[in-house]
Structures are given as structure tokens and as C-alpha cells.
Design a binder for this molecule. Structure first.
Ligand SMILES: Nc1ncnc2c1ncn2[C@@H]1O[C@H](COP(=O)(O)OP(=O)(O)O)[C@@H](O)[C@H]1O
Ligand SMILES: [Mg+2]
Length: 282
């Protein structure tokens, strides 16, 4: 949630003798995000400061730190880099991330959707590149949503927040409390086995939203679960042919078994003809 309050007690302070907290950008379910200055390297960073009620739980902190270490191993131009993490002597738990200076995909969707296929693919291809790299190294994001796709003012696209959500899920025993339900695959909510297909599902929902300005499923999330075995299919709207069959019915399929396993490898031929056919499972 964007944060318009002018100040808070952390603004202006020096975190761990190194990071000057400059301005609060947003407050999310687990953390507040600030733009800060790394005074050692003299560069801007994003500082994610975990809410005290999470930071007070040693198990949560241990898990979050483990996940941040895993995320820090991921190096890709389309993934927001994890630069550092720590806990101050007075118990503030923080993550230092590459600072991305532009809007989120949420803002772009609000401004531009319904988008053309060309524009959609320009935004989507970098997301898929970043995700494919993560999936290759065995990571699953589990919280892909437009708020976690960040743009630089130069137009680069980066996926944020690999890692932390898993610690949150274990901590709260449900992913629905903190995640955004619209993009959460049914198996995430249902405590069923989860693999990279939950990210594919979320990308499918985002793509549909970029192209149409709406989401394919209108029923509240908890209600689809009861409809899963009946093979719920996305609401039909006029999509560009490139996306129609393969993208929406394979990526957004409710039962994971009918969903494609890997984000398709980006190809220059994506605009036309349909690139996904043949890549997706029947
Ligand atoms: N690395 C970053 N650089 C710039 N802004 C960021 C960064 N990470 C997060 N943000 C901003 O902070 C907001 C909240 O982030 P976060 O706490 O991850 O919550 P959520 O992902 O649920 O929106 C994001 O939507 C984005 O606007
Ligand atoms: Mg986020």
C-alpha cells in the first residue's frame, strides 16, 4: 500500500551504522519499505524493515534470513537483487534490496490497461526471464502480483520479493492473510503441494489483467477451491489470438496438473503467430 504519511520514527536514522533511512515508500503486510542511502557505498537502496511483531519471533527471523540468503544467490537483471540483511542491536530486522526507482506494474495496469499485445509482451518477457532463472535454480516465488513487478524509470522490469513470503506462510500457517488472493493459485491456499506452476498461474492472471483490464476469475478465491474439481475455466473475453488459448487456459488453469510447468522461453516470434501452442501441456 503506498504510504503518504510524511514521517515516522525511523526516517532520518542510520540503520546498523550504514544505511540512512530517507523516505518511507510503502507499508506492506510484513514490512515497511523505505528508500535509503548506503553510506558506505554511496548509493540508494531499498530498505525493507520487518514489522516488530514478526521481528520479535526468533523462528520467523531465522526463516526469513534463510530465505533471504537463498534469494541473494539469484543474480539476474530482471530480479531485484538482495544486497544485505541484518538485525540491529535493538532488534530491527531488515533487508537491503536494489532500489528500483519507477512505478510498479500495478500502477502501469491502472494507467494503461487494456494494453496491446505488444506492450503486454514487452512487460511480460522480462518477468518470465527472471522467473525462469529462479525456477531453474529451484526457487518458487509464490507471491507474483503486479505490486511485485517493479519498473525503473529507464523502462527495465524487475521481479521483487523472492523468498520472504515463504517464511511468512510458515509463520502464519496460511498464505491468504498476507498474500494478494487474486493471484494466488488454488493449491497455495489449499495447503496442497506447490511448485513453480503457482507462479505460472499468477503470471497468467496478470497477463489477462494487462490485456483486458479485468481478471479472469470473479468468484472470491475460497469459492473456487470448491469448484476446482469441476474444472473451472477462465471467463471468456476477446483476447488477442496470441494469448487466447495457450496462455489463459493453460497458465490460468485451476488444477495445477493442467497448467504449463515452465514459463515459456521468450521468443522474438511471440507477437505472431502464437508462441505458446506446443509448449503447454494438453
Ligand atoms: N526494491 C524496491 N525498490 C523500490 N520500491 C520497492 C522495492 N521493494 C518494494 N518497493 C515498493 O514497496 C511496496 C511494498 O512492498 P512490499 O512490502 O514488498 O509489499 P507488497 O509486495 O505486498 O506490495 C511495493 O509495492 C513497491 O512500491
Ligand atoms: Mg513486494
Amino acid at each position: 500500500m503506498p504510504d503518504h504519511s510524511p514521517q515516522d520514527r525511523l526516517t532520518g536514522t542510520l540503520l546498523d551504522h550504514r544505511y540512512r533511512i530517507q523516505r518511507r515508500l510503502a507499508t506492506g503486510g510484513t514490512a515497511s519499505v523505505y528508500v535509503g542511502l548506503d553510506e558506505r557505498l554511496d548509493r540508494h537502496v531499498a530498505l525493507k524493515i520487518i514489522h516488530p511483531h514478526f521481528a520479535d519471533d526468533p523462528k520467523f527471523v531465522e526463516r526469513a534470513q534463510r530465505e533471504a540468503k537463498a534469494a541473494a544467490r539469484l543474480h539476474h537483471p530482471n530480479v531485484v537483487a538482495v544486497l544485505d540483511q541484518g538485525q540491529t542491536s535493538d532488534g530491527v530486522v531488515y533487508l537491503v534490496l536494489e532500489y528500483v526507482d519507477g512505478p510498479t506494474l500495478r500502477h502501469v495496469i491502472a494507467r494503461e490497461s487494456p494494453m496491446t499485445a505488444r506492450r503486454t509482451l514487452d512487460l511480460l518477457i522480462p518477468v518470465l526471464r527472471g522467473l525462469a532463472q529462479a525456477h531453474r535454480s529451484g526457487m518458487v516465488h509464490r507471491d507474483i502480483k503486479p505490486e511485485n513487478v517493479l519498473l525503473t524509470t529507464g523502462g527495465d522490469v524487475k521481479v521483487a520479493d523472492f523468498g520472504l513470503m515463504r517464511a511468512v506462510d510458515e509463520h502464519t500457517s496460511t498464505s491468504t492473510i498476507l498474500g494478494t488472493v487474486a493471484y494466488a493459485a488454488p493449491e497455495l491456499v489449499g495447503h496442497e503441494p506447490v511448485d513453480q506452476r503457482c507462479d505460472v498461474y499468477a503470471v497468467g492472471i496478470m497477463t489477462y489483467e494487462m490485456l483486458t483490464g479485468s481478471r479472469p476469475y470473479t468468484a472470491p478465491h475460497c469459492r473456487w477451491r470448491t469448484r476446482t474439481s469441476a474444472g473451472t475455466s477462465p471467463r471468456r473475453v476477446a483476447l488477442p489470438p496470441v494469448f487466447r488459448t495457450a496462455w489463459t487456459s493453460s497458465c490460468c488453469a485451476v488444477p495445477p496438473a493442467t497448467r504449463t510447468l515452465d514459463p515459456p522461453t521468450p521468443q522474438p516470434s511471440w507477437i505472431w503467430p502464437s508462441p505458446f501452442i506446443g509448449r503447454c501441456r494438453p
